[in-house]
Design a protein around this ligand. Structure first.
Ligand code: ADP
Ligand code: ASP
Ligand code: MG
Length: 410
């Protein structure tokens, strides 16, 4: 008997018909003798709809109350799902985040899971029930509802799989695995049979939303095997696992893009010790995650500092940085929301030379200007104008031979 955590995303439970269909799939796994814990997202579009309603009242809604509101999407789907299972004659129990004892920190809207008390879930499993847990939500030390950030049901699922020592965490979604790039952007994308935690981590943090980044962090830390597969077929999907040897054979194994970042430049910052720390202090205190940071070489005692933040934090960051910019004597603060980040990822980059040069030439050939560059051991990212995103993804996919990725590895 295996213990399986399955997570179904928004499109997979997007209608009553789909809920009934997914319930049958879970029952089948249960009949095969497995203990099933099912994590659900809100029905497709629900979370966006709830946020839009709040923003009709106030474009910058109170974060505590926004979490109370957003968490209702998952409350609806788990209840409907449990009703479906019970109607089919199966014992089931829906649990909201607080009932499943998913404890988080205090950051409303992007809370981190601290620990999960599994007793209530295991008691229900031992009683032969299918347990259905609302994804994306938890409870902080004050007893308030928190949410884990967009796409956070993946994190709920992997964290539960780790806490419950599950045999596998299956992420069931509207694509049949992890591809070399978003298959909805480039039809030549290839499905991967395996991907390492490190590569998946980079793909996810570079914008491949098929897995939410924190879910991959959890999986790596607790060695939880993830199986990404389609809700609508039984085909094997992609296994996300620790590194395997042959992975270094190819330099680049995936291309990702992210249209959700904005760029902020602080012009003519006095080039003195402590200034960068002062500029970023209010940004970090506000819990805003800064991605790329580039500082130019100093001229006449001044320098320019450019960085990127999530688009949702753009206006708030502009305000914070404009205020502190004045205090430190910077000239101006400029912002640009029409940017995108394209990245190439591969553990093989560690042993292959000339990858960056090949990337820059490919973009240059299509006349795509590179605004910022950042690298890590296994990825290179370029900020470009947003309108070139799809073109850049396709040209990089072609340049690094990913259209035939499988044949090259074999
Ligand atoms: P869910 O609602 O099931 O959580 P998401 O929409 O969050 O699903 O994630 C699945 C989507 O991720 C796919 O529809 C696809 O467009 C996108 N995606 C982006 N990059 C990739 C990739 N490299 N491989 C597979 N899917 C990707
Ligand atoms: N419903 C949440 C969202 O839309 C969480 C999730 O789907 O994973 O972001
Ligand atoms: Mg998702």
């Amino acid at each position: 008997m295996a213990r399986i955590v399955q997570k179904y995303g928004g499109t997979s439970v997007g209608s009553i018909e789909k809920i009934k269909m997914v319930a049958e799939r879970v029952i089948e796994a249960c009949r095969e003798g497995n203990q099933m814990v099912v994590v659900l997202s809100a029905m497709a579009g629900q979370t966006d709809g709830l946020i839009a309603m709040a923003k009709e009242i106030n474009p910058d809604p109170d974060l505590r109350e926004l979490d109370v509101l957003m968490s209702t999407g998952e409350q609806v789907s788990v209840a409907l799902f449990a009703i479906a299972l019970k109607s089919l004659g199966y014992e089931a129990r829906s649990l909201l985040g607080f009932q499943a004892a998913i404890h988080t920190d205090d950051l409303y809207g992007k809370a981190r899971i601290r620990d999960i008390e599994i007793d209530r879930i295991t008691r229900n499993l031992d009683a032969g029930r299918i347990v259905i847990v609302a994804g994306f939500q938890g409870l902080n030390a004050r007893g308030d509802i928190t949410t884990l950030g967009r796409g956070g049901s993946d994190t709920t699922a992997v964290a539960l799989a780790a806490a419950l020592d599950a045999d596998v965490c299956e992420i069931l979604t509207d694509v049949d695995g992890v591809y070399t790039t978003d298959p909805n952007v480039y039809r030549k994308a290839q499905k991967m049979d395996f991907i390492s935690y490190d590569e998946m981590l980079e793909m996810a943090s570079m914008g491949a939303k098929v897995l939410e980044i924190r879910s991959v962090e959890f999986a790596k830390k607790f060695n939880v095997p993830i199986h990404v597969r389609s809700t609508f077929s039984k085909e094997r999907g992609t296994m996300v696992i620790a590194e395997i040897k042959d992975m270094e054979k190819v330099a680049v194994s995936g291309v990702a893009y992210n249209k959700n970042e904005a760029r902020i430049t602080i012009r003519k910052v006095p080039d003195q010790p402590g200034v960068a720390s002062r500029l970023f202090d209010p940004v970090f205190k506000a819990g805003i995650v800064v991605d790329m940071i580039v500082q130019n070489t100093s001229q006449d005692g001044f320098t320019d500092l450019t960085f990127t933040v999530p688009k949702g934090d753009f206006y708030k960051t502009m305000k914070l940085v404009s205020d502190v910019g004045k205090d430190v004597g910077a000239e101006t603060v400029l912002g640009d929301e029409d940017i995108a980040k394209v990245s190439i990822i591969g553990v093989g980059m560690r042993v292959h030379a000339g990858v960056a040069k090949k990337m820059f030439s490919a973009l240059a050939e299509k006349n795509i200007n590179i605004i910022m560059i950042s690298t890590s051991e296994i990825k290179i990212s370029c900020i470009i104008e947003e309108k070139y995103t799809e073109l850049a993804v396709r040209v990089l996919h072609d340049t690094f031979g990913l259209n035939h990725a499988k044949e090259e590895i074999l």
